[in-house]
Ligand binder design. Structure first.
Ligand code: 3PG
Length: 418
């Protein structure tokens, strides 16, 4: 069943979205890409004459109520984009009455699903080593099913449009699908678009293929880095992980981010790239700062020789040129993770060089996909989001999809779960 084939007239639809959007200290949304991404699905349901129950998580409240992660903070934005009032259910597990009262065209937003530990289905307050852990896990899995059943009871039809959370096998992303028959569960438009974008990267790759991976830790990106090495022609590794590579090669990195226990891993990546004939592009020079602030003193130094009290915060001019060279003639481009502390204008130059080269390549016909919260915030900050082929709302989900892993949120709908 696809969303286009379904007529929501007179139906109540429960839609899992990923409205895990970044908020500032006053609870104001700083990037609403994910909310805008889900609008086509939400609007189609309302336009058909259906009513909407919207559910999402926000942050990692670990099964406890936490007002800082309340979805009430985004209610007005959702209402503004939908052009209609939005009701709020303060406890997602006690919304039966409000759901039952919904009339066609009305919208109910449920409070953060993760305020209930059943959403993630992991036992809380018990260590994995504890002999009682297995029993606690089993019990929690039963509670998770009950929780999913409660959510399912609110609606006639279930739509999953939460690509950003599709890599999680949670109550609202996967387990709930068991409580709807195959004609009453479907993926939303955003899911379909995201899956097509991943397919454009993975199937029939147009070469050269350049992937740009940033981020502070090699360890969290190792799976995708190793996987990409079988696919790409050029692999740019940038951002904080630059300094782990430099230190692994014997460089001095001062106070830069550095995973001192990951040197073997870094050297192994360099070796594997050589063996596989992948052009691995690592920073050679960087902008070093004497403080973690936009107005810190800065100087350009070798990544192998950052002074003791200084830290690398952005790619240097030579490195930027190397990055641009590996990007501008590419035909397929994947960007995940900025090249520096782009939140500070003075350290956004490396990421800007990457973004400009991606736009140049895209204008020449390349397919470019930008994903992950930081890169998306970065491309939005530069005002270039509409100049790349596709901006994904997924972070971890996108990377797992590109690794070729089955995403539980999608498999549960398609009935292809292993
Ligand atoms: C994300 O921000 O990547 C998604 O919302 C998933 O969040 P999670 O990593 O906390 O499951």
């Amino acid at each position: 069943m696809t969303i286009d084939q379904y007529n929501f007239n007179g139906k109540k639809a429960i839609v899992r979205v990923d409205f895990n959007v970044p908020l500032d200290e006053n609870g104001k949304i700083t990037d609403d890409t994910r909310i805008r991404g889900a609008l086509p699905t939400l609007k189609k349901i309302l336009a058909d004459g259906g009513s909407l129950i919207i559910m999402s998580h926000m942050g990692k409240p670990k099964g406890k109520v936490n007002p800082k992660m309340s979805l009430s903070q985004i209610k007005d934005t959702v209402a503004k984009y939908l052009g209609t009032e939005v009701e709020f259910a303060e406890d997602c597990a006690k919304a039966a009455q409000q759901a039952a009262e919904l009339k066609p065209g009305q919208v109910l937003l449920l409070e953060n699903l993760r305020f209930h530990p059943e959403e993630e289905g992991k036992p809380v307050g018990i260590d994995k080593e504890d002999p009682a852990y297995d029993a606690a896990k089993k019990e929690m899995k039963e509670r998770q099913k009950e929780f999913a059943k409660t959510l399912a009871s609110y609606a006639d039809v279930y739509v999953n449009d939460a690509f950003g959370t599709a890599h999680r096998r949670h109550a609202s992303t996967a387990v709930i699908a068991d409580y709807f028959d195959k004609d009453s569960k479907m993926l939303g438009y955003l899911m379909e678009k995201e899956v097509n974008a991943v397919d454009a990267i993975l199937k029939d790759i147009k070469r050269p293929f350049t992937a740009i991976m940033g981020g502070s830790k090699v360890s969290t990106k190792i799976g995708i880095i190793e996987n990409l090495m079988d696919k790409v022609d050029n692999l740019i590794l940038c951002g904080g992980m630059t300094y782990t590579f430099a230190a692994a090669k014997g460089g001095k990195v001062g106070k830069s981010i550095c995973e001192t226990d990951k040197f073997d891993l870094a050297l192994d990546i360099i070796k594997k790239a050589e063996e596989k004939g992948v052009n691995l592009v690592l920073g050679t020079d960087c902008i070093a700062a004497d403080d973690f602030s936009n107005d810190a003193n800065t100087m350009v130094v070798s990544c192998m020789d950052v002074p003791a009290e200084w830290e690398g915060v952005d790619a240097g001019p030579v490195t930027r040129e190397m990055f641009a060279d590996a990007i501008r003639d590419a035909k397929t481009i994947l960007w995940n993770g900025p090249a520096g502390v782009f939140e500070f204008d003075n350290f956004a130059g490396g990421s800007r060089a990457i973004a400009d080269a991606i736009v140049e390549a895209t204008e020449k016909g390349a397919f470019s996909l930008v994903g992950g919260g930081d890169s998306v915030a970065c491309i939005n900050k530069f005002g270039l989001a509409d100049k790349v082929s596709y901006v994904s709302t997924g972070g971890g989900a996108l990377l797992e999809a590109i690794e070729g892993k089955e995403l539980p949120g999608i498999a549960a709908i398609r009935g292809s779960e292993k």
